[in-house]
Ligand binder design. Structure first.
Ligand SMILES: O=C(COP(=O)(O)O)[C@H](O)[C@H](O)COP(=O)(O)O
Ligand SMILES: [Mg+2]
Length: 416
């Protein structure tokens, strides 16, 4: 029997519940019909090639099927048989559904917009250990958003300075100190020194405030080194590690997730470099899919943007956050993190757009406060408390003078 591109197209096909379904937007190349382009996408991402092949037996059972083509919307939907995938291997899945097809000449542009993950695929992944439960199981954030800060300048502070900034922020009212994405183990701020100094300041802040405080330690590193850093974090009494999940790669994230389970550590996912895949709207892999991958691999928090209130481009923060909370074959949810250019004046609108089941992370919006980090943290906490009490920020200025100062300085501006 011969198989060629046309065999990967069947508009009558009814996807099975066990199929992984992918929604692509495509722009066929000038010399390609929609059907030709769609067949090529399904073929190259499953088991076809450019040449017609003679095959025997059940090989075609593993072929994907392009079953939906909506030319006016520019959408193609492809169903992949579950047996095409190695259970629990995110790199293998991505080499199919977001692999060679991203560079095929048959399409000028192609973007993986969304996936419908079947139970059989999901069940082979661990998902998050805690998800949004970190707010009450690890922190004292309860019904309010968890609050985090990242010291600024993002690199350059010594370990001692970094920990001191953490102490000021914790005492001012944030729950979490977070390393920045490009702070790992540099000579000016060595990993282990930062770990021990920061945890000592965390303990001090906890005993002074009576609140649980925690530290998001960036363990990002090449393979084995990263696992050693996870072990060290656990030995020293961390509750979380942070991983730059895109630059690190999903295989490493899966390894970290396994190791973190051994230690009961939660994972904070920073998404630095995601925009290389998702910023150009017509091409790449959407942030929605990146967030789905992260949930399957088992991160507990992930940055999903600020619903356009912050300094960075965002793709549908509201829809992505809804997906992260939605029931997906029993996976735990993920706590979405709003970050990037946030400050106290933006809190009412942020909570209005995203709700309260989030983490708010502010760097410059805390440390840039005219009266320093502690005042900046008080202002952020005050903005959250006032908003949750239903009071406009101006009405809370007597109770939170630091908030009034922050609002005087930044108002409700979106920074650039
Ligand atoms: O350091 C920051 C924010 O600092 P600041 O509060 O000073 O802007 C984070 O790396 C960004 O949130 C990344 O963006 P995103 O969260 O969109 O991935
Ligand atoms: Mg950062």
């Amino acid at each position: 029997m011969g198989i060629s591109y046309e065999d990967f197209l069947d508009r009558e096909y009814e996807p099975l519940a066990s199929d992984l379904r992918c929604r692509f937007s495509i722009e066929p190349a000038a010399d390609m019909s929609w059907a030709d382009a769609a067949g090529r996408v399904a073929s190259e991402s499953s088991n076809g090639t450019w040449a017609e092949l003679d095959v025997e037996g059940s090989v075609t059972d593993l072929s994907a099927t392009a079953y939906e083509i909506d030319e006016s919307a520019g959408i193609v939907e492809v169903a992949y048989p579950e047996a095409l995938f190695e259970p629990g291997s995110m790199p293998q899945i991505l080499s199919c559904i977001a692999g060679n097809i991203m560079g095929m000449k048959a399409v000028d542009r192609i973007r993986l917009l969304d996936c419908e993950w079947p139970a059989a695929v999901v069940d082979a992944f661990p998902g998050p250990q805690y998800g949004s439960a970190v707010k009450s199981e690890i922190l004292d954030a309860g019904d309010r958003p968890a609050l985090a800060t990242v010291p600024k300048p993002k690199v350059g502070l010594s370990s001692e300075q970094h920990a001191e900034v953490g102490y000021e922020a914790w005492v001012g009212g944030v729950d979490l100190l977070k390393d920045d994405e490009n702070l790992t183990d540099q000579s000016f701020n060595p990993f282990e020194d930062r770990l021990t100094e920061s945890l000592a300041q965390r303990d001090r802040a906890e005993s002074e405030t009576g609140e649980r405080k925690s530290y998001l330690l960036n363990v990002t590193a090449p393979g084995g080194e990263m696992l050693e850093r996870v072990d060290l974090a656990a030995e020293h009494g961390c509750e979380f590690v942070m991983v730059d999940v895109v630059t690190t790669g999903w295989a490493a994230v899966q390894q970290v997730r396994q190791r973190c389970e051994r230690h009961g550590l939660a994972i904070h996912a920073h998404r630095a470099m995601h925009a290389a895949f998702d910023r150009v709207p017509s091409h790449g892999v959407s942030m929605r899919v990146i967030a789905q991958i992260a949930r399957l691999c088992g991160v507990d928090h992930i940055h999903t943007g600020t619903a356009d209130l912050g300094k960075l481009e965002n793709e549908d923060t509201v829809g992505i956050n809804e997906w992260l909370r939605s029931d997906r074959h029993g996976l735990s949810d993920v706590l979405p993190v709003a970050s990037g250019g946030l400050h106290p004046g933006l809190v009412p609108e942020l909570l209005d757009r995203l709700g309260e089941e989030i983490m708010i992370q502010a760097g410059g919006g805390i440390h840039g406060h005219p009266d320093g980090t502690r005042a900046g943290a008080r202002a952020l906490r005050g903005a959250v408390e006032a908003t949750q009490d239903g009071r406009p920020l101006e009405a809370a200025s007597a109770e939170y003078p630091e908030l009034a100062t922050a609002v005087d300085k930044w108002g409700t501006a979106t920074p650039r």
